[in-house]
Design a protein around this ligand. Structure first.
Ligand code: PMP
Length: 428
């Protein structure tokens, strides 16, 4: 049995940790089977507890854009640790990383660091509500903005339908101000705004979605959202937790050429440590405590180790901008390779790709929103995932997740992956 030790560790973990994991998707619930346990990681590879070396296409769900245990980050962290691991007092380092982020990302003057993407999105919405004095928000079906209550609502289709909570523990009251629209559906957004005149504080979206697989916004959709927000004094929030510092140094705002009013970050900005952030222009950010009345705080926010990993990662990216091009080229190469193999074996599929994000859907219809993503053949996806894992290729364990390539991946790794697919595609 190739997963013997992982299996034993999972069994033990389940005795003490709910479901054996600290974040549900890790339990392989969407693909069945048991998770692998990881012992260490270096560059593009994971080394599991059964002593297998796996090629990693998840990169810790995005943060490890430079590869695992990246030397400059590790070195800086070792030094930082010796100086103390938390002060709860301002440090120069926080200003250094803030300055760097403001330099890299367009249209932001000020930033606030938090500890996760969830906190970033939750706080950005609070700030938008405080700034506009309005209560309601629009979110899109299939976009994930962390697990704070207001975002946990089911995919609903009616333009003015109120969402119902999709998790016990989330009260209807908490989500009554969250209105749902379909991704890439501007008409639906227009009707919601019309039906809730002068009540919408913010529209929040993943500017390139990664949580229903990778989904690219249509140009008319994203431009239309910007125009609607200008027209109705709505704060446009780009949740760039996945896309920030990954698609380009300025994230999706830069690649799409669309200005957001507030931007949320996570993942890459922490270089593998728990960091989130939200940022915007001075006239909005000044409403945040202590400058303004909108409250937000954190004991470990701006933690020196987290800031060190984030700073070293952003600094490396700004000093090596060619990484973005090479990551995109590698992702394109993988895309073409997968496509060729699946076509050769007559497997119906769609591949969505944007920058270094990619997803494979087993359906013959284009995937442009949650509904079309949900049409994928899940049995085929499971066989694909487990087949590739047996070949030592670690892909996201759900069709609703995106691949995140990292800079340490080589063309040999990509060729190996394509060849591995060729070996298993016969049974798809
Ligand atoms: N927003 C997006 C777009 C995300 O992908 C995620 C996490 N995958 C979050 C917010 C929440 O971030 P975290 O898990 O760090 O709380």
């Amino acid at each position: 049995m190739i997963y013997k030790r992982s299996s034993a560790l999972f069994k033990e973990a389940k005795q003490y940790i709910v479901g054996g994991v600290n974040s549900p998707v890790r339990a392989f619930s969407a693909v069945g089977g048991e998770p692998i346990f990881v012992k260490r990681a270096k560059g593009a590879y994971l080394y599991d507890e059964d002593n297998r070396k796996l090629i990693d296409y998840i990169s810790s769900w995005g943060p490890m854009i430079l590869g695992h245990a990246f030397e400059p980050v590790v070195k800086a962290l070792v030094e930082a640790t010796k100086k103390g691991t938390s002060y709860g007092i301002p440090t120069e380092l926080e200003t250094k990383i803030a300055k760097l982020a403001v330099e890299m990302v367009p249209h932001i003057d000020k930033i606030r660091f938090v500890n996760s993407g969830t906190e970033a999105c939750m706080s950005a919405v609070r700030l938008a509500r405080g700034y506009t004095g309005k209560d309601k928000i629009i979110k899109f079906a299939g976009c994930y903005h962390g697990h704070s209550d207001a975002f946990l609502i089911q995919a609903g289709s009616g333009a003015v339908t109120f969402g119902t909570p999709n998790s016990p523990g989330v009260t209807p009251g908490t989500v009554k101000d969250t209105l749902l629209a379909g991704y890439n559906n501007l008409d639906e957004v227009k009707s919601i705004i019309k039906a809730n005149k002068d009540e919408i504080a913010a529209i929040i979206l993943e500017p390139v979605a990664g949580n229903m697989g990778c989904i690219i916004p249509e140009e008319s959709f994203i431009k239309g959202l910007r125009e609607l927000c200008d027209e109705h004094d709505i704060v446009l929030i780009f949740d760039e937790v996945m896309t920030g510092f990954r698609l380009a140094k300025g994230g999706a705002q830069e690649t799409l050429g669309i200005k957001a009013d507030l931007v949320c970050f996570g993942k890459v900005i922490g270089g593998g440590l728990p960091v989130g952030a939200f940022a915007g222009p001075q006239h909005i950010m000044s409403h945040l405590a202590p400058e303004g009345p909108v409250y937000q705080a954190g004991t470990l926010s701006g933690n020196p180790l987290a800031m060190t990993a984030g700073y070293e990662t952003l600094k490396y990216l700004i000093e090596h901008p060619e990484i973005y091009h090479s990551l995109e080229e590698k992702t394109k190469y993988l895309h073409t390779g997968i496509e060729k193999v699946l076509n050769k074996h007559g497997v119906e599929h769609q591949i969505n790709r944007y920058g270094s994000m990619l997803s494979v859907h087993f359906t013959d219809e284009p995937v442009s929103d949650f509904e079309s993503a949900a049409k994928g053949n899940n049995q085929k996806f499971k066989d694909y995932f487990h087949g590739m894992l047996k070949q030592s290729v670690y892909l996201p364990p759900s069709a609703f997740e995106s691949y995140f390539l990292n800079d340490a991946l080589t063309y040999e790794d990509l060729d190996y992956t394509i060849k591995a697919l060729d070996e298993i595609a016969i049974s798809l």
